[in-house]
Design a protein around this ligand. Structure first.
Ligand SMILES: Cc1cc2nc3c(=O)[nH]c(=O)nc-3n(C[C@H](O)[C@H](O)[C@H](O)COP(=O)(O)OP(=O)(O)OC[C@H]3O[C@@H](n4cnc5c(N)ncnc54)[C@H](O)[C@@H]3O)c2cc1C
Length: 603
């Protein structure tokens, strides 16, 4: 069975030395409660819970999967008990609103816990993960009555949530939704339709499930402008607000799928189920976006969590496994061969994983600070700035971290050689589990359109400028520091090129809109590599500073510098290919007629 140690030392480095979390927390309204001791205690307890309770259920959950029996979904052995422990530990309420049974701690703390959950048991983590998204949507858009009824139960974990968008004919294009909502005499709505691929749509972990459902009202305008959001509980609340009458919503089937077997992916049938409108009629998509934005960051964290656990196990194996002698001569003469970590190519794979894990953690914890500021800033300008930057970084967190997450977990299998392909080692599960993260919550292609089209070009570059300006200022501040030149010189160059590439695509797009789609995924990957380079340069600066003080754990800081150098010299050059492909434009993509793609066969 794979092992896992929460990377608490790295969390501390990122929080204390790179992103100045002590100052960040001191500025939040919850400052008195989130002392460094409290933060450490939460992280340590989270590390214990995830390692002792969730990790042992990861492989068994994958093997057993979920079962549908008599309309009820049974999760793998131990999942229900683990969820009960999670609830008893107060984890669901961590960053919930205090008016509704929440503890009111910053969103960022929940994100740190989330990484550990994703490393140890991604499939299990999706059950509380979806509740979190549902709670956020209700907190922002629900009526007071809906908050009192549902938010309280979601926050204390007695009920869980689900997100019901997808239908057989409608995935990316939500304008195609067919599910209907018709007003009933009691002042609510009756929802009818079929949703597919609904994660945690039915299960045995909690006494009730709060579905947030997109549907169309009878007078709905065509397309995405006509979508409304409804809360549809599995059991209708009784007069006391507890579980009452069964609603007409049921799980018709479970999908059989590549990974995340422990999470129930359900076909959900709404047969005139009673539902209640959330927010205004026809404005449901905007409300659902609150949930989807939380979920998108959450999926990026899934990518990060999987890279970390795959790396830890690949590293342990590479230190232990003996094959061949090192090219430059014997390393461990007392053994029949040298450990495979001696070989440059194995090191390349391990360093790729390490650089993406530690770089991704800095990116996520930076996004987490922005999320705290969006939530708590009292100054409107500060909140707006945080919102803009978080909006820019969300598709990068989601799509870049899941793209490299899939690459890195694949490298994890490769380090194990043939043993990586064998189930018992657990490494192939990480690849299968990671594969979905590039798809759900908007595919990489859709995130890329969101970044380039919606965020950057639609704002005439205004959404990008404050971020590239931050990078520029950082580079300027390091001028004259010879030790930082190896990081700052390439970073400054790429940062300037980022602006040039944006301008070039923007100009082409004015002639032909297809140019946006043609450039978008390369643009997103380019943006991801430069963003991570910014954080790696900051990590290098922090490491230099700490090393100057002769710390006890100098090896930790030297490893940071080595990893930063690896990132800059061996991963960042990938921007060259992406820049060239962006510049190549869309002509070769669009020249061929759709019917000419097959070379002479009909399908
Ligand atoms: C295991 C699993 C769990 C899921 N959980 C949930 C859930 O809890 N709730 C929920 O509502 N849904 C859920 N989904 C659905 C998921 O979000 C969708 O599968 C995803 O959004 C893509 O939709 P689609 O599968 O219909 O693909 P399509 O939309 O048909 O896309 C097919 C391909 O075309 C591309 N494409 C489509 N439109 C464009 C465009 N305009 N420009 C460029 N490329 C485009 C896509 O990027 C993709 O590569 C889940 C799916 C799976 C497999």
């Amino acid at each position: 069975m794979p092992s896992y140690q929460a990377p608490l030392r790295d969390f501390r480095f990122v929080m204390d030395e790179v992103l100045d979390y002590p100052r960040h927390y001191a500025q939040l309204p919850q400052a008195e409660e989130i002392t460094p001791d409290v933060v450490s205690a939460i992280l340590e307890e989270g590390a214990r819970f995830t390692r002792e309770v969730l990790l042992p259920l990861n492989q068994t959950g994958d093997e057993q999967g979920c079962r549908l029996e008599g309309g009820e979904v049974l999760t793998p052995a131990g999942f229900k008990e683990a969820y009960a422990q999670y609830v008893a530990g107060g984890w669901p309420s961590l960053s919930g609103d205090t008016a509704y049974h929440g503890q009111g701690l910053p969103t960022s703390l929940g994100m740190m816990l989330s990484e550990m959950v994703c490393s140890t048991n991604l499939a299990w983590g999706m059950y509380p993960g979806l509740s979190q998204g549902a709670a956020d949507a209700l907190r922002h858009h629900g009526s007071d009555e809906q908050k009192a009824q549902y938010l309280t139960k979601l926050n204390d974990g007695t009920w869980t949530g689900s997100m019901c968008l997808t239908e057989p004919q409608c995935g990316t294009d939500l304008g195609l939704i067919k599910t209907r909502a018709r007003p009933d005499e009691a002042g609510g709505y009756l929802i009818t339709g079929t949703k597919i691929f609904i994660s945690a749509g039915e299960h045995d972990l909690a006494e009730n499930i709060v579905h947030l459902v997109l549907a169309k009202l009878p007078d709905a305008p065509e397309g995405t402008k006509g979508i409304s959001l409804f809360v549809v509980p599995k059991y209708l609340p009784d007069a006391e607000g507890e579980v009452g009458e069964r609603n007409a919503v049921s799980c018709g089937a479970l999908e059989h799928k590549m990974g995340i077997h422990g999470n129930a992916t359900c076909v959900m049938n709404f047969d005139g189920a009673r539902g209640y409108l959330v927010g205004k009629p026809h404005k449901g998509l905007a409300c659902m976006f609150t949930m989807m934005n939380v979920a998108r960051i959450g999926v990026g964290i899934q990518g990060l969590g999987l890279i970390e656990v795959s790396f830890q196990n690949a590293l342990a194996y590479a230190r232990d496994r003996l094959q061949m002698r090192a090219l430059s001569g014997t390393r461990e003469a007392d053994k029949p061969a040298d450990p495979i970590i001696s070989h440059p190519d194995v090191r390349r794979m391990l360093l790729t994983q390490k650089a993406f894990a530690e770089g991704g953690r800095m990116l996520v914890l930076h996004a987490a600070q922005l999320a705290d500021r969006v939530e708590c800033a009292t100054d409107a300008a500060e909140r707006e700035a945080a919102e803009t930057e978080l909006g820019l970084l969300t598709p990068i967190v989601k799509a870049f971290l899941t793209e490299v997450g899939f690459e890195a977990t694949n490298e994890g299998v490769q380090v194990f050689g043939g043993h990586g392909y064998i189930r018992e080692w657990g490494m192939e599960q990480y690849v299968r589990d990671a594969r979905i993260t590039r798809l759900y919550e908007g595919t990489t292609g859709i995130q890329a359109l969101d970044l380039l089209g919606r965020k950057v070009l639609m704002s005439q570059g205004e959404a990008l400028k404050p971020f590239t300006k931050q990078i520029h200022k950082f580079c300027q501040a390091q001028e004259g520091d010879d030790a930082m030149a190896e990081f700052v010189t390439p970073l400054a160059k790429l940062n300037a090129e980022w602006g040039d590439l944006t301008m070039a695509v923007g100009m082409k797009a004015m002639q032909d809109r297809e140019e946006v789609g043609a450039a978008s995924v390369d643009y997103l990957m380019y943006a991801g590599y430069v963003t991570l380079a910014f954080f790696w340069a900051r990590a290098a600066q922090a490491a230099h500073q700490s090393l100057a003080g002769n710390p006890d754990d100098a090896a930790f800081y030297r490893a940071k510098l080595d990893t930063a150098r690896f990132y800059f010299q061996r991963l960042l050059p990938r921007t060259r290919a992406h820049a060239e492909m962006i510049r190549a434009g869309g002509e070769t993509l669009m020249a061929m007629q759709a019917e000419d793609f097959g070379h002479g066969f009909d399908i």
